[in-house]
Design a binder for this molecule. Sequence first.
Ligand SMILES: [Fe+2]
Length: 614
Amino acid sequence: MPHYFRLGLLPKKRHVQFRRPDGVLYSEELFGTEGFVGPSSTMYHINPPTQVYGWKTLFSTKAQYVEIDTMRMRHVKSGHGMNGFVPPEKLGEVVKQGARPQGDAIDGRVVLFGNSDVEMTVCNPVTQMPYFYKNGQGDECIFIHYGSGVCHTMMGALRFGPKDYVIMPKGVIYKMTWDEADATAEELFAGTQSAGQSKRQPKGLASKNVKAKAISAWRPAGAPENWSSEQMPLGKYLLIETTNGSHIGPPPRYVSKTSAQFLEHSPYCERDLRLPEHEPSDGRPMFVEGYGEFEVRVKARDCMHSYMFHYHPLDIVGWDGCYYPYVFNINDFSPITGKLHMPPPIHQTFEAHNFVICSFCPRMLDYHPDAIKVPYNHSNIDSDEVLYYVEGNFGSRKGIEVGSLTLHPQGIPHGPHPGTIEASMAHAFTGELAVMCDTFRPLFPTKAALGMEDLKYPASWEGEHFPRLTKGEMVGGNFRQDKVKGKRIKSKLGDLLDVYQNQNAIPEPLKRLGSPTPAPTGNVWAPNGPSSSGGTAIGSGNGGGNGAGNGRGKGAASAPVNGHAKTAVKPAAKANGKASGKASGKASSKTNGKASGKASGRTSNAAANARAGR
Ligand SMILES: [Fe+2]
């Protein structure tokens, strides 16, 4: 939970008399976790929060998972089509696929993936909420993709907009009110004070005139150019919800153990959090003194229950503590970047028991001259991984759309799609924006997810990963595609190993400095040029473009990757094959000024390769 905060009217001490203007005591409520030893807040109600006069169970909320014994990559398109939306003429298909706009911000939720720790849901509501809601069994992380409005909570108002994470702790009563074509969420909410629901809410865009006006002059905040009200009337969000009773909060490593203050290395801090505010602005958080019939729907025991109160449920005049809802916009996440690829934990934003939530934001890409700028192949040995794609070009994936969700299960590796590694080389910045949820237990899809699934996704890694191979260009040493087969490749790789071992000597300058032997770089088998800072260099740098002479010449090539190499190597001559002879000159010496020897075969840059007729 975040830091201590107070809002509204409070007595000087806890658990003492605190009276309303009419002399009646306010009703104090401790809103606590973990059996009185976890984060808590103390609240003061106008009315006793226990006064309920009716309750009933409405329906089951238990997600029905399918294909629980199937383990494979999945791609679910919750957005459908360009900019995340299906063309109007295909709306019928969307209905069949279970992704059509429906319900309100609670009963319109569609669970796509989940397990006993977490559920991932999308929601594209059609109507405003006519009731209040409390999730009594889990915390909610609501990522607003499109739309804006106010989340009216019992602890204050939270205005939300595109790309906001709304963190709603378990037990907080709230109502999401969306901005509409002709009214703000505040106006809509004010009209519900006495009736419990807006006269305008159930009908929404009922009037044809209003609807026409809405379509022509209004769209949900952040909605794409091809938006239509039929596709998304109010907005859309992704929900990540705990199902194991744990709480969603910042990673403990981001905050001080002694003060809970965000530490310097954290990618966000207190100033980035938007906390509940007064509404109405009379000095009290959510004081609404209204009487009548008010329904609060409570999710608990995997069922939705209806509880009826005769007073407005947002009747708190003050509260303080460390347990409250708040908003964090993903654009306020300050990405941590690196010289070489940084692993997903640097994107971590929140966590709960057995899962984490990460924000992949626009950022500078790795700045090592030979850096591979898309994630390496990796196995989620202990995790299932779901990415929700928000906007931008997703460099390491093909076929992904805005609104797509991909599931990469533990048990099999995943990595860049064919061609994306090479395509990433020239870029210094990525504009991608995505939300990731990694879980420590397998995730299962629902029937709704299968209805939106791109069944071709598991095969999307097939194809040529290194397009220059198909063009007959030199890659990975001295190989052409027609020679990277069978025994032939083994002999070639053996040559490379010999060269590598011969070069694994301490360069003279390092000897003088008394430095230890440089560690092998592991770049020997890289399809692109090896590191220019890694000590020894083998293989060709075809297209690295950095001028760091990491080539291997026929005869006495210098391979001066770090500006120190003087060791002449010859074994490359045989392996050079067709590459030898045409590119002559002191190619490598141009790159660092210290290299000795002549690179008569492979040079380090693409231009030299081109001159050599490759
Ligand atoms: Fe991954």
